[in-house]
Design a protein around this ligand. Structure first.
Ligand code: C2E
Ligand code: CA
Ligand code: CA
Length: 426
């Protein structure tokens, strides 16, 4: 790089800010030209650092102060950067709100430089402070092409945009990007999964050794054309994020109603509810529509303890109870709620998380399990044990006087066809 020195930097700098071809014209072709210039410049360097920057809400600012105002602010930033970094850094505008700052050498502290850049860039002028996302790519041209370096810059910035932490920037991270891409494609496919017939419901028996009730838990399954079988533990949180949870729960309720109508011998089916459903006040009319012809005591609902942290949900729990549904606390023992608190909500009982089932031989856990079950019993709460996989576990919990259990020992979650067979054999 030394042989090109400041001359090259100045040359490209002029190109990048040329009044006829640079910021003054807010045309995609001008940005493209700037991007090309940046790529060419990276090609000249052996190593260096690219700070890839996205300025949030720049289009909103554009509405307030106009293109000219935005351009002037960016030129002010450019002058400010020059003051601070002298000839070491060049600024390129590569799209309306994306910028590259190229350093011909690695600065002393990437973090410090990122902080300084953030301060300069986010203060567009004295009146407006805009949020910036920064991706930092220290590069070596023997390893990556200039296109690859810019691609990594874009990814690092996107990761910064999506990370919630206070850090000033994000490095490139292929693994995190892979996970994010997967999540985004799953999110997209999820929107149509129910419509495309890719979802189905399976039913796992819940065994009541004393009362002999016949109960099942309904569990959603997704066999996606593009992703294959995706676990609900993976797609439910995504469905909660993009709203698909509404369609999914409606579908589950429809399937549950169908099974209850077909098999009068079934006492109840338990449905998992996400707290996100209650963001929509219309949800209860959906519920009435799907479960209209079913006796409410034949449909139970399972809510996780995290549900109960938000007191605004109490009202919905009450409405479900008023409709005649029993409520169970799912993954019981993993949250924060005290038993007396649950009692005040009038829940029917709790499903002890399968995590504990695996540790019945460890004294640390057995005392917790014992105390939890005893206390629940003294308060008339039912306890259902999840994840019973062997006879030893089953006998242990029956000896504690638990009301019901569920797990692979009795049966894995089964299709509607297998359920029909199962109920005829009981
Ligand atoms: P969960 O409600 O705690 O469901 C129990 C999970 O344990 C199910 O996993 C079930 O297949 C699995 N399981 C049952 N018996 C055993 C056993 O003996 N050993 C082991 N290792 N596992 C057992 P699944 O079906 O993968 O569901 C995972 C989670 O996804 C569920 O946990 C629930 O939180 C959520 N989920 C499933 N279906 C729905 C749904 O329709 N709506 C909502 N909101 N969440 C759902
Ligand atoms: Ca459950
Ligand atoms: Ca559970």
């Amino acid at each position: 790089m030394e042989s090109y020195g400041n001359t090259a930097i100045k040359h490209y700098n002029v190109l990048a800010f040329n009044k006829d071809d640079g910021f003054k014209i807010n045309k995609p072709s001008a940005f493209l030209q700037n991007r090309k210039t940046m790529l060419n410049n990276i090609d000249i360097y052996d190593d260096g650092v690219l700070y890839y920057i996205m300025i949030k809400h720049l289009s909103q600012l554009n509405m307030l102060i106009g293109h000219g105002g935005v351009d002037e602010s960016i030129e002010r930033i450019e002058r400010h950067l020059k003051q601070v970094f002298k000839e070491r850094a060049i600024l390129y505008r590569i799209s309306f709100n994306e910028f590259g700052i190229l350093f011909s050498e690695c600065p002393g502290s990437l973090k410090q430089e990122a902080e300084r850049i953030r301060t300069i860039v986010s203060t567009l002028d004295n009146t407006h402070t805009l949020k910036t996302h920064i991706g930092v790519i220290p590069f070596n041209r023997t390893i990556d092409s200039s296109e690859e370096i810019v691609r990594k810059g874009y990814i690092a910035t996107t990761l910064h945009k999506l990370s919630s932490g206070p850090q000033a920037f994000h490095f490139y991270d292929e693994k995190k990007w892979g996970e994010l891409e997967k999540r985004l494609t799953i999110e997209k496919s999820l929107r149509n999964a129910v419509k495309l017939g890719e979802m189905y419901v399976v039913f796992q028996p819940i065994i009541h050794p004393t009362t002999q009730q016949i109960g099942f838990e309904a569990l959603i399954r997704w066999n996606s054309e593009s992703h294959g079988h995706v676990s609900p533990a993976e797609f439910i949180p995504i469905a909660e994020g993009n709203g698909a949870i509404h369609e999914i729960t409606k579908f589950v309720m429809k399937s549950v109603a169908c099974q209850l109508n077909t098999h009068p011998v079934i006492d109840y089916i338990s449905v998992n509810l996400s707290s996100k459903l209650f963001d929509d006040p219309e949800w209860f009319s959906e519920l009435n529509k799907e479960l209209g012809g079913i006796q409410p005591q034949r449909v139970q609902f399972e809510l996780t303890e995290s549900f109960l942290i938000d007191t605004s949900h109490f009202h919905f729990i009450r409405r479900l109870q008023d409709r005649g549904h029993k409520i169970y606390i799912d993954d019981f023992g993993t949250g924060y709620s005290s038993i007396s608190y649950l009692l005040s909500l009038g829940v029917e009982g709790g499903k002890l998380d399968q995590f504990f089932t695996n540790y019945i031989e460890q004294p640390k856990y057995t005392s917790f399990i014992k105390k939890t079950v005893e206390m629940a019993q003294s308060l008339n709460l039912n306890i259902v044990i999840e994840g019973i996989e062997n006879v030893k576990q089953k006998e242990y919990f029956i000896s504690l006087g638990c009301d019901a259990y569920q797990g692979y020992l009795e049966a894995r979650p089964m299709s509607a066809g297998a359920l029909a067979q199962y109920v005829t054999e009981i």
